[in-house]
Design a binder for this molecule. Structure first.
Ligand code: PLP
Length: 437
């Protein structure tokens, strides 16, 4: 890192960033008043800021660093590829090995096409699904996040019938229907609107599971998609390779028609993938039945499956498939969930801790301690802390050496250890006290 930058604190860097970048950030979610923390390096389950302070990291690269930061196998593979060339803009053997690993692990991935991000994966999957069914409309769920392209923004956050961004033509409204996580309602909508041909679902529940979803609901979606001739897309950008080596679909035994992936699939590097039934994915084949060497569905992307990303991905997926990262990460997350709930109960705070797999989320609201998760509405969970309180909570954790992911939760990785639990709980207690003050 540049010495001048390293010697300035986060507050000074923020001042400088504001003059060079809108809002000082490259992602809306990185904005954190009074200023974000600037990080200089990371290793395993730890990160260090530019002033040398150490943090236990539960942001884990927005879920991407399932093996922890700078896992030795990934570092070695990337370094070796650096020597051989980072980017050829053509086909290369490593991308085949990467695709074969995805095929082996993800049940629905009969064929695989690589992209450069999760946003590109959902864009491509939805386009391909529309081409396959010939139906223009997408059904998606309230609050589920599928990236930031125009096609998935309606319904991304409440109020669900309003665009969450300027700059989108209102004509696009007719291309998407927004449903609650309620199978009866989904069936009514499918019955009433034959233009709906694609269903996409964040299988963790909205926002990496910060709003829970039931397994039965996912089973119902499979049945409804079959009954109404829809392509079912599971967005496993978060759950893929985390909930199990084969994603949430393998864990539950529910196979969608298509799967969108990113983050862990690319070993924490910028990359993504779409997997799906061969019959659907052949629409991406430039040569099979379209002898004009023109695919039915257009897909380009300079950096798709670049050698450097492929090298990281192959190295990471070989560790992922052992099941050890999931076992370790789940075990630490389970201890965190139990410890946080115990602390909340001791403090007498109205809050409920929940999460699946290697995630944890704290829901703050009146009566939450006594209420079961099922009795709490998704809307209430999402709004459990207002913006100011959320900033107090997040900054409260950071001041005490813990960085969480988003909202009131985080994720663990292969690198997290039992010893990380007590200091995390101590920081959590302090952040909750800050909220009470
Ligand atoms: N889908 C889900 C479920 C996600 O969580 C995300 C990102 O967090 C995306 C899609 C978009 O991925 P990316 O940020 O790589 O564009």
């Amino acid at each position: 890192m540049n010495g001048e930058l390293a010697s300035s604190g986060s507050a000074q860097l923020w001042e400088r960033a504001l003059k060079a970048m809108p809002g000082g950030v490259s992602h809306d979610g990185r904005f954190l008043p009074p200023h974000p923390t600037y990080f200089a390096r990371a290793k395993g389950a730890r990160k260090w800021d530019v002033e040398g302070r150490e943090y236990i990291d539960y942001a884990v690269g927005s879920g991407a660093m399932m093996l922890g930061h700078s896992h030795p196998d990934v570092v070695k593979a990337v370094q070796a590829q650096m020597e051989l060339g980072t980017f050829f803009a053509t086909v290369h053997p490593l991308e085949i090995e990467w695709a074969e690993l995805v095929q082996e692990l993800i049940p629905s991935a009969e064929r695989v096409r690589f992209t450069a991000s999760g946003t590109e994966s959902t864009l491509l999957a939805i386009r391909t699904a529309r081409a396959y069914t010939g139906k223009p409309k997408l059904l998606r769920f309230e609050g589920h996040f599928h990236g930031w392209h125009d096609g998935v923004l309606l319904g991304m956050k409440a109020p669900f019938d309003e665009w969450p961004s300027l700059g989108i033509p209102d004509e696009l409204r007719s291309t998407a229907a927004v449903a609650p996580q309620d199978a009866n309602r989904v069936e009514e909508m499918l019955k009433a609107d034959p233009a709906i041909g694609t269903i996409i679902c964040e299988v963790s529940g909205a926002n990496w599971g910060s709003v829970p979803i039931s397994d039965d609901f996912l089973r119902d979606l499979r049945k409804l998609a079959d009954r109404y001739g829809c392509v079912l897309i599971f967005d496993e950008v978060i759950t893929g390779f985390r909930w199990s080596p084969g994603g949430k679909q393998k864990l539950l035994g529910i196979t969608p028609d298509m799967t969108t992936m990113a983050k862990i699939v690319a070993g924490g590097m910028p990359g993504g993938a779409v997997g799906g039934k061969a019959e659907i994915m052949r629409l991406l084949d430039p040569n099979v039945e379209y002898k004009r060497y023109k695919p039915a569905v257009a897909h380009k992307g300079t950096y798709n499956a670049s050698p450097i990303v492929s090298a990281a991905a192959v190295a990471a997926l070989k560790v992922i498939r052992t099941g050890e990262p999931q076992r370790q990460a789940d075990s630490v997350a389970k201890q965190l969930r139990a410890g946080m709930q115990q602390m909340i109960d001791e403090l007498g705070v109205d809050a409920l801790v929940y999460g699946e797999s290697s995630t944890f989320t704290v829901y703050f609201a009146k009566g939450a301690r006594r209420g079961s998760l099922a009795s709490i509405s998704p809307a209430a969970i999402r709004g459990s802390l207002n913006r100011d309180s959320l900033d107090i909570y997040t900054n409260g954790l950071r001041r005490r050496g813990v960085d969480n992911m988003s909202f009131t939760g985080g994720m663990t990785s292969l690198a997290h250890r039992d010893e990380d639990v007590p200091p995390t709980l101590e920081a959590f207690e302090g952040a909750v006290q800050d909220l009470l003050d």
